[in-house]
Write a protein that binds this ligand. Structure first.
Ligand code: TTP
Ligand code: MG
Length: 344
């Protein structure tokens, strides 16, 4: 039985800014993102009382909370704090999988000490050494640990033991599952599904008929089954860019212009990965009925013509179903694989 901990810092950017400037304490604080988009990256708990949230336009946040103190992002500072926190994790395990600057999974299966005790110790060390608070979730897999870390936020932790998983999942709203967004939730609601327990009434065949391959994943997730390993030193396998359309697109010609602008964005992102070799190009589509498909072709450079072909292929597989999401991306060759080829 594995022991997985998920750690998530409390209002990370805002907490760091408050620590740096004690005059901010007790006041509602928002950390404003790049001026171009004018949205909050996050808000402290004082500001959240007024409804201020991550990704909210700054003008809207100020409407909700006129006394909101806005501070600009200082990304390098947050990166430095993130490195300190990761160093603390490293005292307890080598199996660390960071999800973002402020969030990571730890695999503590090898330790004798109960995982909840270790989680408490990690949180204490973070507090003492950085002056920041963290929340933790403890469970038998990543899915459960991640959901649990939200349970006693901020500055708290929650453990879900293996024998509690079943009862816990029964009551859990489906929206808490990875990959179940607002529209999917609305669709499930029309089927009478609100909780994971409701979703458990569908058998595997029914789930795969309704939602394709993803339905099978969902069948496991809603039962609290998750075999994914904590992957330390994860190497990026792919880069992609995707877009959910405000209104579903109903013909192939309408999909081309958004695809080409997404390809421009993808090309920009790839500049940061110029040390990697591209293995294949990928087009992903999600349809109005929540099935999805991916079309892929082996190719080593971004080629708009091939993306056109893949787009047509994916569209054809949908048999004319309206498209709600389009994604374009590349898969990279595994760097290890390259080394092996060179050795041969
Ligand atoms: P989160 O962990 O989602 O949020 P948080 O740490 O601010 O608050 P919570 O206590 O609920 O965990 O994200 C971590 C940081 O990532 C956050 O401080 C700011 C940044 N961020 C953005 O820049 N944009 C976003 O849309 C989100 C959600 C986060
Ligand atoms: Mg956080």
């Amino acid at each position: 039985m594995r022991k997985i901990v998920h750690i998530d810092m409390d209002c990370f950017y805002a907490a760091i800014e408050e620590r740096e400037d004690p005059t901010l304490r007790g006041k509602p604080v928002g950390v404003a993102g790049s001026s171009r988009r004018g949205v909050l990256t996050t808000a402290n708990y004082e500001a959240r009382k007024f409804g201020c949230r991550s990704a909210m336009p700054v003008f809207k946040a100020l409407e909700l909370c006129p006394q909101l103190v806005l501070v600009p992002v200082r990304f390098e500072l947050y990166q430095a704090e993130s490195a300190r926190i990761r160093a603390i994790f490293g005292r307890f395990t080598e199996k660390i999988e960071p999800l973002s600057l402020d969030e990571a999974y730890l695999d503590l299966s090898h330790l004798q000490t109960p995982a909840a005790t270790v989680a408490r110790e990690i949180r204490n060390q973070i507090r003492e050494e950085t002056g920041l608070t963290a929340s933790a979730g403890i469970g038998p897999n990543k899915l459960i640990a991640k959901i649990a870390s939200d349970w006693n936020k901020p500055d708290g932790q929650h453990e879900i033991r293996p024998d509690e998983v079943e009862a816990f999942m029964k009551e859990l709203p489906v929206g808490k599952l990875w990959g179940v967004g607002g529209k999917m939730r609305a669709k499930l609601e029309t089927l009478g599904v609100r909780t994971c327990g409701d979703l458990q009434r569908f058998d595997k065949i029914g789930m795969s008929r309704r939602f394709g391959k993803w339905g099978l994943e969902l069948w496991e997730l809603c039962r609290g089954i998750d075999a994914r390993e904590v992957e330390s030193h994860r190497i990026r396998k792919s880069v992609s860019s995707e877009n959910t359309f405000r209104e579903n697109l109903t013909c192939l010609d309408d999909l081309r212009p958004p695809m080409h602008s997404m390809l421009d964005g993808l090309a920009e992102d790839l500049v940061r990965h110029d040390d990697r070799e591209i293995r294949s190009l990928v087009v992903k589509m999600k349809f109005a009925d929540f099935t999805r498909t991916t079309a892929e072709k082996a190719h080593a450079v971004l080629d708009a013509g091939i993306f056109e072909e893949l787009l047509a292929e994916a569209w054809q597989r949908g048999q004319g179903k309206p498209v709600r999401l389009l994604g374009v991306g590349v898969r990279f060759r595994d760097p290890e694989e390259k080394v092996q080829l060179e050795l041969l």
